[in-house]
Design a binder for this molecule. Structure first.
Ligand code: ZN
Ligand code: MN
Length: 488
């Protein structure tokens, strides 16, 4: 097996766009799209003599992420200039953080299969501004859109603690869930809100030695699929290179690759012979950030229960499957809606079924969250209670929920309107059972014979009664009376 021939070592760098109202160091509005170069000002296009002003909200969002990732939050950080020249960066430097990042070391817990988790250590997380965008769709010319320039970016770097494409993907997905739960980023991959850059190499045991292959850095991945596949591809490519040429770290340390989605392979961009000299130095235009205990405490108070913790709680306390719990904690609103419903004392599995069998589908069709469909958590709880009390069947609850989203009626009134209230009146059910017994003497004989067919025949009689009641008889009551009549 390929897996036993080597161990894959992966670290990840992630850039996440923060959902502030304005850019990182100026007042330009932060919205997606728009005519190119319309959301710009002298500050974010780097005109000489302008002064940047720090966006406090961005610092708070970044700190919130740091707290969620169990990072140390230092009381003093500063801004540095990272110098490089590129058309999408007109001021020739990016404001970033070098030696004193906003968030120090921490860790993120990621879900693996079957409720297992793994902690991936975070080296750091810092704030910086994004560059503009080069486009190459004008024939011989390149065009530059600076609308994105100056957007707040949270850069996070992990230790090389991941060992498969699956684990890297799990981390990326979990991070998306976290930033969405915290409300600090939409985490929309289509809009480029999250970009990933894995560092991949192999440890290959051979002749009692461990050989290490040169590290590949795959740049600018903006989908989970591309991230996972690029890692898997790199592992295979590096192994083949090792087998054929014996290529190890000592022969070339690091190279940068792009991902070719059409051909599903990595493409060499450049081999780094010397490290970049970014000439980092403190930005003289910005004051350092001092995080007081009071400010940090205020930010801490905005933390919420994290998605994975909530998912595990749903499994543990509510006895949901890991899959169902994962579905219900995909976003915070749905998770809290479910949680609030269950907390009023109804069967969690019942509520889960209503939501997964119909609620999520309806929400998807309506383009909203299930909590926004117009059924309150109280209404949903009441509906689930009606199933528990055998007033309606489980399948009827799904139909009633759907109708409630349309008519906004109460569960009981809606059930009555749809004629879905189960009949539990013993007298009425008894007369139906008598009819069925009279009409099916053969099945009755078999059901009471104690033979192999008995169970099947009793089931048949039960079905007949339900059919005659047009599905409205309470199956529990039917089964009780029927068993008594047949003296089973
Ligand atoms: Zn601006
Ligand atoms: Mn960066």
């Amino acid at each position: 097996m390929a897996e036993s021939k080597y161990k894959i070592i992966i670290g990840l760098e992630i850039h996440v766009h923060l959902a502030t109202k304005t850019k990182m160091f100026c007042g330009c509005e932060l919205v997606y799209g728009g005519e190119p170069n319309t959301r710009v000002c002298p500050v974010c296009i780097g005109m000489p003599g302008v002064l940047p002003t720090m966006n406090k909200k961005a610092v708070e969002f970044a700190t919130l992420a740091g707290l969620a990732l169990n990072c140390e939050i230092p009381s003093f950080t500063k801004w540095d200039r990272k110098s490089y020249y590129y058309p999408d960066l007109p001021k020739n430097y990016q404001i970033s953080q070098y030696d004193l990042p906003l968030c120090g070391s921490g860790f993120i817990e990621i879900p693996l299969e079957e409720g297992q988790t793994k902690n991936i250590r975070m080296i750091r997380a810092h704030l910086e501004e994004d560059a503009g965008k080069n486009t190459h769709t004008f024939g011989d010319f390149s065009a530059i859109d600076l609308n994105r320039a100056g957007s707040p970016l949270l850069e996070m770097v992990t230790e090389p603690d991941m060992n498969s494409g699956k684990e890297v993907r799990a981390l990326a997905v979990e991070l998306q869930r976290i930033v969405r739960f915290l409300g600090i980023s939409e985490g929309d991959m289509q809009k480029g809100h999250m970009r990933f850059e894995p560092n991949v190499n192999l440890h290959i045991p051979k002749d009692g030695k461990i050989y290490k292959t040169p590290i590949s850095e795959v740049k600018n991945l903006n989908s989970f699929k591309a991230l996972e596949r690029s890692v898997t591809y790199e592992a295979r490519r590096q192994y083949a290179e090792f087998v054929e040429f014996g290529k190890t770290m000592e022969m070339g340390n690091k190279a940068t690759f792009g991902w070719d989605d059409d051909n599903q392979c990595t493409v060499l961009q450049r081999e780094k012979e010397e490290a970049h000299d970014y000439r980092y130095f403190p930005d003289p235009d910005l004051v350092p950030v001092e995080m007081s205990d009071e400010w940090l405490g205020e930010i801490k108070s905005r933390l919420c229960e994290l998605p994975l913790q909530m998912q595990m709680r749903f499994v543990q306390d509510y006895k949901l499957s890991d899959y169902d719990a994962g579905v219900l904690t995909a976003d915070r609103q749905t998770a809290e809606y479910f949680d609030a419903t269950v907390k009023s004392g109804v069967d969690p599995k019942r509520v889960c079924n209503i939501l997964t069998q119909t609620g999520l589908k309806l929400a998807n069709e309506a383009g909203c969250k299930v909590a926004e469909l117009g059924v309150s958590s109280d209404g949903l709880a009441e509906l689930a209670k009606m199933v528990d009390a055998s007033e309606i069947s489980a399948s009827a609850s799904v139909t009633i929920f759907e109708e409630m989203t349309k008519s906004k009626g109460a569960p009981k009134a809606t059930a009555e309107k749809l004629n879905l209230i189960q009949k539990s009146d013993a007298g009425e059910i008894e007369s139906l059972i008598d009819q069925v017994i009279a009409d099916n003497p053969k099945a009755v004989a078999e059901a009471t014979s104690g033979s192999k067919k008995a169970k099947k025949s009793a089931g048949f009689l039960m079905g007949q009664v339900m059919q005659r009641s047009k599905g409205q008889a309470n199956p529990k009551v039917v089964s009780e009376i029927l068993n008594k009549k047949l003296s089973l």
